[in-house]
Design a protein around this ligand. Structure first.
Ligand SMILES: [Zn+2]
Length: 275
C-alpha cells in the first residue's frame, strides 16, 4: 500500500514538473491574454508612445498583447523614492515591446526587473587596467545588465516619449542591449544564424569602421558618436535611430537599415506612413 502511494506520488510529481517545464508558461500567458486589454492602458499608449499612434489596428493589437504579458511578468521598482505608477509602467512597456513587435515575445523571457530612478542617477563602480583598480563615478540615464535587469531614469524616458523625431530614446536603447545579451555576450550582435549572421557581421563591421573613420576625420557622423564607443553601443544606438529616425538611417546607410529590418522583421518607415 505504501509502495503504491509512493509510486502515485512520484508519478504526480514528475507530471507536475513536466507541466511546469513545458506548458505552465504557455498556459499562464494564454490565461493572461484572455483578459481584456484595459482601456486606460490603451489611452496611455496613445498618449505616451508616439509610434503606437502610427500603427495600423492589427499592429496595435499585437503591441498590446506584448505589453499585457510584459506588465504581468516583469517587476518594476522605484528607486530614490520614485513612485512607479500605471503611466510609468505602460510607457516603458510600450516602448520596450516595439522592439519585439514582429519578433517572438520570448526574446524578453530573460528580462526580470526594471528599476526606475526619478532622474539621471549617480553610479559608482570599479575598473581595472591590469595593474590598478580605480573607482569610477558617472551620471547615467540608464543601463542594462546581463542578469535581466534594466535601469532607467524617468526624466529621460519622458523626454523620449515626448520627442518622436529625436534620434534618442533611452528605453529602446537599454532594451536593445537585452536583445544583444540573448546569446550570452554583449558584442553588438543579437542571436542570428546562417546567411543572416554572415551578412550582419560584414555589414555591421564595415559600418562601424566607417563611423570610426568619419569621426577620426572630424566629418559629420551619420550616427550619434556614442555608437562608436564599442560594438554593443553601436547596436543600441542604431536601434534608436532605426525606430526614431528610420528615413534618415535608410538614406545614409541602406545596408545597415536592411540588416536591422531583417532582424526586427519590420520597416519603421512604412509603419509611420500609415498615419
Ligand atoms: Zn548602452
Amino acid at each position: 500500500m505504501a509502495a503504491t502511494t509512493f509510486g502515485l506520488f512520484a508519478v504526480l510529481l514528475i507530471a507536475g514538473c513536466v507541466f511546469h517545464l513545458f506548458f505552465y508558461r504557455t498556459w499562464r500567458r494564454n490565461r493572461e491574454l484572455n483578459e481584456p486589454f484595459p482601456a486606460s492602458w490603451r489611452q496611455l499608449l496613445e498618449d505616451r508612445v508616439p509610434l503606437y499612434r502610427a500603427l495600423d489596428t492589427s499592429r496595435k493589437r499585437a503591441l498590446e498583447r506584448r505589453v499585457q504579458l510584459f506588465l504581468a511578468e516583469k517587476s518594476f521598482y522605484g528607486c530614490d523614492g520614485f513612485e512607479v505608477d500605471e503611466g510609468v509602467r505602460v510607457t516603458i512597456a510600450g516602448h520596450a515591446c516595439l522592439l519585439i513587435l514582429a519578433r517572438p515575445y520570448s526574446d524578453y523571457d530573460e528580462v526580470r526587473s526594471i528599476l526606475v530612478y526619478p532622474d539621471a542617477y549617480h553610479a559608482t563602480g570599479t575598473e581595472s587596467d591590469g595593474y590598478v583598480v580605480s573607482e569610477t563615478s558617472e551620471i547615467r540615464a540608464g543601463e542594462a545588465s546581463t542578469h535581466g535587469q534594466v535601469v532607467l531614469a524617468w526624466t529621460e524616458c519622458e523626454e523620449a516619449a515626448s520627442n518622436p523625431d529625436s534620434p534618442h530614446n533611452v528605453i529602446l536603447h537599454e532594451f536593445a542591449h537585452q536583445l544583444d545579451y540573448l546569446d550570452g555576450s554583449a558584442d553588438g550582435a543579437p542571436p542570428l544564424s546562417g546567411e543572416q549572421a554572415r551578412r550582419w557581421q560584414s555589414t555591421m563591421t564595415d559600418a562601424y569602421e566607417h563611423l570610426l573613420n568619419t569621426l577620426e576625420h572630424h566629418d559629420q557622423p551619420w550616427l550619434d558618436p556614442y555608437g562608436a564607443t564599442e560594438p554593443a553601443e553601436f547596436f543600441a544606438v542604431l536601434t534608436e535611430a532605426f525606430f526614431q529616425t528610420p528615413a534618415s538611417l535608410k538614406a545614409s546607410q541602406p545596408a545597415v537599415f536592411g540588416a536591422l529590418k531583417d532582424y526586427y522583421r519590420l520597416d519603421p518607415t512604412s509603419l509611420r506612413q500609415q498615419t
